[in-house]
Design a protein around this ligand. Structure first.
Ligand code: FAD
Length: 566
């Protein structure tokens, strides 16, 4: 957007898009006047689309379409009436901004000296000298627009970030490296921050629990205001979030990064038995050590590993737990007495085919039974029984009962309730953003990243690392009133720990396109390598704490898409 301030009440600009309306809202505009008739150009958004965008942001919207060189007195009156009656600041636009400036000039004629009007327009880049005779002819006082609206008394900030997990902290730090003076708030209820990718290693006896957590206060950038509360509601029309205690926090830009919800409740009986009776999950910080305890204790019997329907965070994590367990049993000489089963709701082992052969080698090595299209639906820990819904070839389903000695559960996952029930959500409940710019599709001053979005990438911390530069570039652009042009390519990574000392490093973007970070002579992702193990266990954890969370964007860069042509 190329905004030109004409008066304290009014700015004008060339053609805007629905996304620009969100940016205008972030800049404090309260109303939009559209002076361009529909269908002047093929790529022009319709008045209806712009009106809908303005309404989503709680802004007033008015159509006063005019034809260049043919502006009537009625149209001038309508514009004057809009300036007098709409809550400002107001943004008026046409193709170039010239018609809006002309309407303003004619509505002020007789009220402000002609010379001043022409000079003001010239300062904004519009030559109205040809309008002088009409301005001179105009008589009568015009209504003044009044004072600039100051907004409510709600606390308001440049950027409010919902969630101080991986994405929230990394985004705040990266933003501050771009603009050190930004007023940023993070709303985060938890006292402790977690490095979740380390939990698989805790469950495999490689990391301690303590290696995967730090107090939130220690990872929070110093310049950020941390509000220790949870957001209960989004109110994008008012540019506010509502906290659990009812307090409202205002923003110019909102970053939604609240992660996802682990939906333990959806498996009948699970909550009563988790953490005892042989039922565990690496998806919980407190339970990952119990996984290792169970693995060490199991000498014979049946070990079940479940994987729910997608999407889940770190789609490889259910398998990682299984391979590391089987590797331990193999080394202990007990694997021959343990039946290992992978009960997977999906019809295949891994979403990107290139990595399947390497994984299948380990399935064979550990003699794992693959049970596809079996979804865990109920557990009775005391009776050591689990029930799966199996989808048969004809599409019908049946309930299958299985006994176990150890059960590693990956829970079903969904968007958090306060996201799912908000205007930010798509039909499936995830935050509805453009998959490249990560800008909300309906609210231009809202961005989202991490596990909570609808984007079809692998939900991983690696993905967040690649999303942060694009989001931060676009936020800075939006704060300056420009279009979001920085892009994210869908990169995500899943280091599949197939044995102690070896990893299949899956790295891919949108559409399953392989996006390896390193040349194949150094690290071939489609094979199990020791180098990838070193990366996962030695390099990535310090990179997380000291690089990513500190706003250092190493080996990661946003793409750029062309600016929108009006
Ligand atoms: P989170 O890091 O979960 O942060 C969300 C934050 O939002 C939390 O701090 C939460 O308290 C806060 N929040 C929630 N609700 C509210 C609210 N109402 N108001 C305010 N704040 C709120 N990724 C990899 O890259 N590699 C791996 O090997 C890997 N392995 C994994 C293994 C396991 C077992 C697990 C569980 C995850 C793994 N991941 C891995 C995934 C990775 O950890 C996540 O994708 C990443 O943490 C997502 O970041 P996020 O900021 O979106 O969510």
């Amino acid at each position: 957007m190329d905004l030109k301030k004409i008066s304290p009440l009014l700015s004008v600009s060339p053609q805007i898009t629905p996304q620009d309306i969100g940016i205008a809202s972030a800049q404090g505009f309260k109303a939009i006047i559209n002076n361009r008739p529909d269908n002047e150009a093929n790529d022009q958004p319709t008045a209806a689309e712009l009106k809908a965008a303005a309404e989503r942001h709680g802004m007033e919207y008015r159509d006063i379409p005019v034809i260049p060189g043919k502006i009537t007195d009625e149209e001038v009156s309508a514009f004057k009436d809009a300036l007098a009656s709409m809550d400002g600041p107001i943004l008026a636009f046409c193709r170039t901004g010239n018609r809006s400036t002309t309407l303003w000039a004619l509505s002020e004629a007789g009220h402000i000296a002609t010379d001043s009007i022409v000079q003001t327009a010239e300062n904004a880049g519009y030559d109205l000298s040809a309008l002088r005779p009409r301005l001179d002819d105009a008589v009568g006082a015009a209504a003044s627009g009044g004072a600039v609206a100051t907004g409510s008394s709600t606390r308001s900030h440049d950027v409010v970030i919902v969630g101080g997990g991986t994405a929230g902290i990394a985004t705040a730090s990266s933003l501050l490296r771009r603009r050190a003076d930004l007023d940023i708030v993070i709303v985060e209820p938890q006292e402790n921050h977690f490095y979740q990718p380390g939990w698989t290693l805790v469950g495999g006896g490689i990391f301690t629990q303590q290696q995967t957590t730090r107090p939130t206060g220690r990872v929070m950038p110093k310049q950020v205001t941390w509000i220790r509360s949870a957001v209960a509601e989004f109110d994008p029309k008012a540019n506010q979030v509502v906290l659990e205690d009812g307090e409202r926090i205002g923003y110019r830009i909102l970053v939604a990064a609240p992660g996802l919800k682990l939906d333990w409740e959806r498996i009948e009986g699970l909550e009563d038995t988790l953490g005892k009776g042989g039922v565990t999950s690496n998806y919980r910080f407190d339970l990952a050590p119990y996984t290792w305890q169970l693995v060490q204790g199991l000498k014979s019997g049946t070990a079940l590993f479940s994987q729910p329907p997608m999407p889940i965070k770190c789609a490889g994590a259910p398998q990682k737990a299984m391979y590391l367990s089987a590797d331990h049993w193999l080394r202990q000489g007990t694997l021959k007495d343990i039946d290992v089963e992978f009960n997977c709701a999906a019809p295949g082992l891994f979403g990107v085919a290139d990595y399947v052969p390497a994984l299948m080698e380990y399935v064979g090595k550990y003699d794992i039974e693959l049970c596809f299209q079996e979804n865990l639906v109920a557990v009775d820990g005391a009776a050591k029984k689990a029930w799966f819904e199996r989808t048969k070839e004809d599409g019908s389903t049946e309930r299958v009962e299985k006994s176990f000695d150890m059960l590693h559960v990956t829970p079903p996952q969904c968007a958090p309730d306060f996201v799912r029930n908000s205007p930010l959500a798509n039909a499936d409940g995830w935050i509805d953003v453009d998959s490249e710019t990560l800008q909300h599709v309906s609210y231009g001053n809202i961005f989202a990243l991490g596990d909570a979005t609808n984007t079809p990438n692998a939900k991983t911390a690696a993905a967040v690392r690649a999303q942060v530069p694009a989001v931060c570039e676009n936020i800075v652009a939006a704060l300056d009133g420009h279009e979001a042009t920085a892009t994210y390519n869908g990169y995500g990574s899943c280091p599949l720990t197939v044995e102690r000392g070896k990893i299949v490093l899956a790295e891919f973007g949108y559409g399953g396109k392989l996006l390896p970070t390193f040349p194949t002579w150094l690290m071939e992702g489609r094979k199990a390598t020791w180098m990838a193990w070193v990366l996962k266990t030695r390099i990535l954890p310090p990179m997380y704490w000291y690089v990513m969370l500190k706003g250092r964007e190493w080996m990661v860069k946003a793409g750029v898409k062309p600016r929108h042509q009006n």
